[in-house]
Design a protein around this ligand. Structure first.
Ligand code: PEP
Ligand code: MN
Length: 351
């Protein structure tokens, strides 16, 4: 159920409608739109008594939402969500393409700083790098844990980048929440519902990666878990899915981008690295993502990928990343997007 407020409804009327929803035993989710506010209602087992809500002051309409996902749906909010970050003018979901880059995992201060300096100079606004790595083998590099988060936080200060890093469990989520600007939920945890709820209680934006065999509905329901707890800043990420194709690590499902855009107001970015599996395939997939309307890219970059502790084969050299970004500027303009111009003075100072 969804309450659509009048275009000129006052803040008091919005509060009043929320209060009434609470009195009925449900949870109100006010989401201001460009012209009017909508209030999503969750927590109801069956139909909500629409009559008692439709007569409240300032209420235009009470609408039943038939889809299983409610807060993520375009019915709830017609215009695109633009995710913002404290202390930065970077966005995800606005006209500017969001560019996130960095190594798969944080391995050392020197390794992360070298990559951070390079990607910042190319125009990335976000630094990626896992401090907690969900690995197929328990014997593989598991990440540096909190030490990795400290290194990421230091790199944020040094290069003015926003930090996006993965949480894999309750304990790591509490830590990531303290240090990072954006909490990444990885493909393997897309349906870890307890973790999704916890991320929903954070006030940091969440990057939700599509599970390797997840349908669009399952991805949207995972986002709904986060939003149902009150965190409305969710960014979806297509990173490739498992198919019979064995020429890439995962099959990049470019077609999900327009489908997502039709059904939800949430932004979606593309991870060409985990789809490609090999660095030579990363750039064409990145271009495909942007051409299809993605709101940004998250790309693995490493200065010495042959010695990387994870995902070296799919990590771009900084020079390749730089060339890719320069090349994407033309394509971005074709699809009505802008790209952040790195500040040469800042980049020079850090040399
Ligand atoms: C990663 O971003 O390094 C990662 C583990 O990604 P995914 O969850 O998409 O496999
Ligand atoms: Mn990786």
């Amino acid at each position: 159920m969804l309450i659509l407020m009048n275009v000129n409804a006052t803040e008091e009327q919005i509060q009043g409608a929320c209060k009434r929803v609470e009195e009925l035993g449900y949870r109100p989710h006010p989401l201001p739109g460009a012209t009017r506010c909508a209030i999503g209602i969750t927590g109801n087992k069956g139909a909500v008594e629409a009559d008692s809500l439709s007569q409240l002051p300032g209420v235009a309409e009470v609408i039943a939402v038939s889809k299983p996902y409610k807060l993520v749906s375009r019915d709830m909010k017609a215009e695109d969500t633009v995710v913002r970050f404290d202390g930065s003018d970077a966005t995800v979901g606005g006209v500017e393409l969001a560019l996130m880059a960095g190594p798969c995992g944080v391995e050392s201060r020197d390794q992360l700083f070298r990559a951070a300096e390079a990607v910042a100079a190319s125009g990335a606004r976000f630094l990626r790098g896992g401090a907690f790595k969900p690995r197929t083998s328990p014997y593989a590099f598991q990440g540096l844990g909190e030490k990795g988060l400290e290194i990421l936080a230091a790199a944020r200060e040094a290069f003015g980048l926003l930090i996006v890093t993965e949480a894999i469990c309750h304990e790591s989520l509490a830590l990531v929440d303290q240090y990072a600007d954006m909490i990444q939920i990885g493909a393997r945890n897309m349906q870890n519902f307890a973790l999704l709820k916890l991320a929903g209680r954070s006030r940091k934006p969440v990057l939700l990666k599509r599970g390797m065999a997840a349908t669009l509905d399952e991805l949207l329901m995972a986002a709904e878990y986060i939003m149902s707890e009150g965190n409305y800043n969710v960014v979806l990420c297509e990173r490739g899915i498992r198919t019979f194709a064995d020429h890439t690590r995962n099959t990049l499902d470019v077609g999900i981008i327009p489908a997502v855009k039709r059904l939800t107001h949430l932004p979606i970015i593309v991870d060409p690295s985990h789809a490609a599996g090999k660095r030579d395939n990363v750039v064409p997939l990145a271009r495909a993502g942007v051409a299809a309307g993605a709101d940004g890219l998250i790309v693995e970059v490493h200065c010495d990928p042959d010695r990387a502790l994870s995902d070296g084969a799919q990590s771009l050299y900084p020079t390749q990343f730089d060339a890719m970004v320069k090349n994407l500027r033309g394509m971005a303009a074709l699809v009505g997007r802008t790209m952040y111009e790195p500040q040469p003075a800042v980049a020079m100072e850090r040399k």
